[in-house]
Every structure is written in structure tokens, then in C-alpha cells.
Design a binder for this molecule. Structure first.
Ligand code: ATP
Ligand code: FE
Length: 335
């Protein structure tokens, strides 16, 4: 079974061809344009999707070495995401499926991040059901209980900023480029994580909050630079290490609580922030300390990509779960 996956929920235009659960191609066109604005500009994103989508899909088919007539279904991201961006992928997928007389499959982007763990990849184990999925990205922070492919329950999520935003907004305060996550990660390795202390937010249960941390960092920096204008330059690595240490602490505390509450000890992570080396190390350390097992997908399947959309498409294809031609994109689609 050949499935074409299309992803256009945010600022990456992506297409992937999958054959029976294996990836034949995984093409992503990043939109550089947003860097100069320090964040994604929705209007520019949808325009870039319009320019990118035809060449990206053509390249995905070419790399997979198949023609569009060999496809069995088209899977696309229906939501959640930016409406203007989603509309480009949705309309494109609909017309292609209609023209080829093949089924159309709508995919929830967040399920995609989770089910990316079921892509067949040498050297990567698939988590057994039930497991806990922690999706940490620029737009989301969720802990999901996964009982089966399409039996998922969100048991915790952020009530304000996503964890990626915590990295990016802290970076902005420090004068780093966008997105700041990778640079904070790099500098954190060279700094002392206990140099500065930021209080963790108090949020009941399994929900997260990151906006208070951003404010705390802002006041801390304002205060310190008043006394020493070179404070940031002189302490940048230590500041980055301390911020990252605080964020990791918040995530691990909630994971521990989720494991305690559910009794589930298999933890799968996804989303762009799961690239963070400190988070990966803390999860690994938890295997000894807390007895859990962690699953980390191949890097290209953790950030926004279309392979994760194609795997959900494949799993839905096997169940005969197809979409109608009148299916509408949904910016706030829930799991
Ligand atoms: P979403 O997936 O929610 O639609 P997105 O497109 O912003 O949103 P991703 O591409 O998955 O999400 O992730 C981007 C985020 O990951 C950015 O906030 C970036 O700073 C962060 N990030 C990437 N690498 C690292 C890293 N090594 N350490 C910390 N954060 C990182
Ligand atoms: Fe995403």
C-alpha cells in the first residue's frame, strides 16, 4: 500500500511517501522567512505553502521512485494548526485524491506526532500499549495516555505557553536568534545548571504552565543588567544551563506524576523540543531512577514532518477510515 502524506499545519511544507509502514521519502521545505520576524507570521506561512506544495509533493514522489498513479490514498493534516496553512494542504490533498479517484484520509497532527513511533525504522523499538506520550514542541505541550492507535486521552497539557515557546521567549530576552532552543541547548552544555535559580510554577495535576517562567527570567535579567550591563554576556552559558535545568525539572516532575497516577511506565516523546540533549539525558537517567522505559523516534520524525502523517494515513487505511470530500480543516482540532 502506497500512501502520500501531506503536512502544512504551521511553517513547514512537507510530503512523504510510505510503503506498508516504511518511509520511501520524507521531504520538508522549511520557511526561512519567519526568522527575521522572530516567530511564525501566519500570512507569510500560507503564501509560502502555496509556492512550496507542488514541488515538495513532486520531489517526494520522485525520491520514492513512484508515480502518482501508484498511490492508494492521500493523507493530510486536518488540524490543529494555522487555518491559512492548513487550508493549502487540505485543498491540495482533496483535489489530488479526487483527480486520482483514491481515498482521502484526514489526520490529526498531534496523533501524527505520537504515531510517528510506529514508522518501521531499523534500530527503533515501537512502544507497547498502553504508553504515555509526551509531545513537546513550539506549539504544544501534552501528556497523552495511548491505549491503542486511535484510543488516546490527553491527561495533561499546558494552560499557557508551550515548552518550545519557553525556550524561544527566554532566548529572545537573552538576545539570541529564533528559534532559540538549539542554541540554549548548546550553551547549556557549557554552563552550570545551578548557577541561577528560577522557581517552578505551581500547577495542579498533570497540566503545565510556562508563562510565569518567562516573566521570572525577564525580571531577573532586567534586575541583573541594571547592576551590571554586561551581565548577559558574562553569564550566558550559566543562564542557559539554569533555564534549561528548570524546564527539564518541570517536565520530569509531571512525567513522574503521570507514571504514578496511571501505573504506565512506557514513555514515548515527540515534537521539536525532544531534540534537546538535556531532556533526552534526563529521560534516560529516569530509566534507572524511576524504572521507566523511554522511546525516542528518529530526529526527522520528531519535528513537523509528513512521514508521521503518512503513518497515521496507513493505519487508518487498514481500518478503512476515510474522509469525505467535504471535510474541512480545523485549527483547533482535538485528539
Ligand atoms: P508544532 O509542532 O506544535 O506545530 P512547531 O512547528 O513550532 O510547532 P517543532 O518544529 O516540532 O514545532 O519544534 C520547534 C521548537 O523546538 C522550537 O520552539 C525550538 O526552539 C525547539 N527546539 C528545537 N531544538 C531544540 C533543542 N535542541 N532544545 C530545545 N528546544 C529545541
Ligand atoms: Fe508539530
Amino acid at each position: 500500500i502506497y500512501i502520500l502524506g501531506i503536512e502544512s499545519s504551521c511553517d513547514d511544507t512537507a510530503a512523504s511517501v510510505m510503503h506498508n509502514g516504511r518511509i520511501l521519502s520524507n521531504v520538508v521545505a522549511n520557511q526561512k522567512i519567519h526568522e527575521e520576524y522572530g516567530g511564525v507570521v501566519p500570512e507569510l506561512a500560507s503564501r509560502a505553502h502555496q509556492q512550496n506544495i507542488v514541488p515538495v509533493v513532486a520531489q517526494a514522489l520522485k525520491k520514492a521512485n513512484i508515480t502518482k498513479d501508484q498511490l492508494h490514498a492521500i493523507a493530510f493534516t486536518r488540524g490543529p494548526g494555522l487555518m491559512g496553512s492548513l487550508l493549502v494542504g487540505t485543498s491540495f490533498a482533496k483535489s489530488l485524491a479526487y483527480g486520482l479517484h483514491i481515498p482521502l484520509i484526514d489526520v490529526n497532527h498531534m496523533q501524527g506526532h505520537i504515531l510517528a513511533h510506529f514508522i518501521d525504522e531499523e534500530g527503533f523499538n515501537k512502544p507497547p500499549f498502553p504508553f504515555l506520550a509526551m509531545t513537546i514542541s513550539g506549539g504544544h505541550t501534552q501528556i497523552v495516555r495511548v491505549d491503542n492507535y486511535f484510543d488516546m486521552t490527553v491527561i495533561g497539557e499546558t494552560i499557557d505557553d508551550a515548552v518550545g515557546e519557553a525556550f524561544d521567549k527566554s532566548g529572545k530576552i537573552l538576545g539570541l536568534g529564533y528559534p532559540a532552543g538549539p542554541e540554549i541547548d548548546k550553551r547549556a552544555k557549557l554552563g552550570n545548571p545551578k548557577a541561577f535559580k528560577f522557581t517552578k510554577p505551581r500547577v495542579d495535576g498533570l497540566n503545565f504552565s510556562f508563562s510565569g517562567l518567562k516573566t521570572a527570567i525577564l525580571y531577573f535579567i532586567q534586575n541583573e543588567t541594571k547592576a551590571n550591563p554586561n551581565f548577559i554576556e558574562e553569564n550566558l552559558n550559566d543562564i542557559c544551563a539554569s533555564i534549561q535545568y528548570t524546564i527539564i525539572g518541570i517536565l520530569i516532575d509531571k512525567l513522574k506524576l503521570a507514571v504514578k497516577q496511571t501505573g504506565i511506565k512506557h514513555i514515548a516523546i515527540g515534537g521539536g523540543v525532544s531534540a534537546n540533549s538535556g531532556i533526552r539525558q534526563a529521560l534516560k537517567d529516569g530509566e534507572q531512577k524511576f524504572g521507566w522505559t523511554t522511546y525516542v523516534p528518529k530526529f526527522e520524525f520528531t519535528t513537523d514532518n509528513a512521514a508521521m502523517i503518512a503513518i497515521v494515513g496507513y493505519l487508518k487505511y487498514l481500518e478503512g477510515d476515510f474522509a469525505e470530500q467535504n471535510v474541512a480543516a480545523s485549527a483547533r482540532l482535538k485528539i
